[in-house]
Design a protein around this ligand. Structure first.
Ligand code: URA
Length: 240
């Protein structure tokens, strides 16, 4: 692969940025300073360093983000801050996209990847990947609500939601619940509660498929997926 392409694909910015790095003599191949951005490089046989740190080529990246409120689930927007803005510059250059959408005010688990095939599988309605949300609901959530969710709610626009599992963690003026759904329609959880006459005050995704939100991640922080999480994703691709 051409060196400028390799560095652009591993998060060192555009080809123009990469040329600048090379001009500044910050890139070496087998300890020799590189002068030609079009030079070809074989990472199996040659050692590429930028500022003394090794460059490893990875085709796909898989990140778990603990989404902060106030960010939209998009890759760019003229007005709003996007979830990509939560990443450091190096990761911003990798052309990652969010897997599915969380509302601007929703927090919690959002996967980011540049693996289009995996993104498609995880969001395809046919796959019925489970999504688990924790929510605070204004008003007392009841056993009747649990039954209504289990049967399949009819939303305000007439859409009949698939059966969902509602668990009451506490029921009072503000109730705490966990809900498991297998679809991901626009404002799905908020509209399901609207269908039983209640309002979501706070919403957080805590699980998607077998991937659980890492509670050690502060709001707005991210990490790369761990081995078992990656194995689950690759298993989904293989099982296709
Ligand atoms: N359901 C919603 O209403 N909002 C979200 O962000 C996710 C699920």
């Amino acid at each position: 692969m051409r060196l400028d392409k390799l560095l652009a694909k591993t998060g060192f910015g555009s080809r123009k940025n990469v040329k600048q790095l090379i001009r500044e003599k910050r890139v070496t191949i087998n300890d020799a300073i590189v002068r030609d951005p079009s030079q070809h490089v074989n990472l199996n046989a040659e050692k590429v360093l930028v500022d003394g740190a090794p460059v490893n080529y990875q085709e796909f990246y898989y990140l778990m983000l603990n989404k902060a409120p106030g960010y939209i689930s998009a890759t760019e927007d003229r007005v709003e801050k996007t979830v990509i803005d939560l990443l450091p510059q190096h990761y911003q250059a990798l052309k990652l996209f969010p897997v599915g959408r969380l509302d601007k005010d929703t927090e919690g688990l959002l996967l980011l990847t540049n693996d289009g095939e995996l993104g498609h599988i995880l969001t395809s309605p046919r796959q019925e990947i489970i999504k688990v949300y924790y929510a605070k609901i204004i008003g007392k959530v009841t056993e009747e609500d649990v039954e209504a969710f289990a049967k399949g709610l009819t939303l305000k626009d007439g859409y009949v939601a698939k059966p969902a599992q509602l668990k009451i963690k506490s029921a009072d003026e503000i109730s705490e619940i966990e809900v498991t759904i297998t679809e991901g329609k626009f404002h799905q959880v908020k509209r399901m509660f609207e269908a039983v006459g209640k309002e979501v005050q706070y919403l957080q995704r805590i699980k998607m498929g077998e991937i659980e939100l890492d509670r050690t991640l502060a709001i707005g922080d991210f990490r790369e997926l761990k081995e078992a999480e990656l194995a689950y994703c690759l298993g989904l691709k293989e099982g296709r």
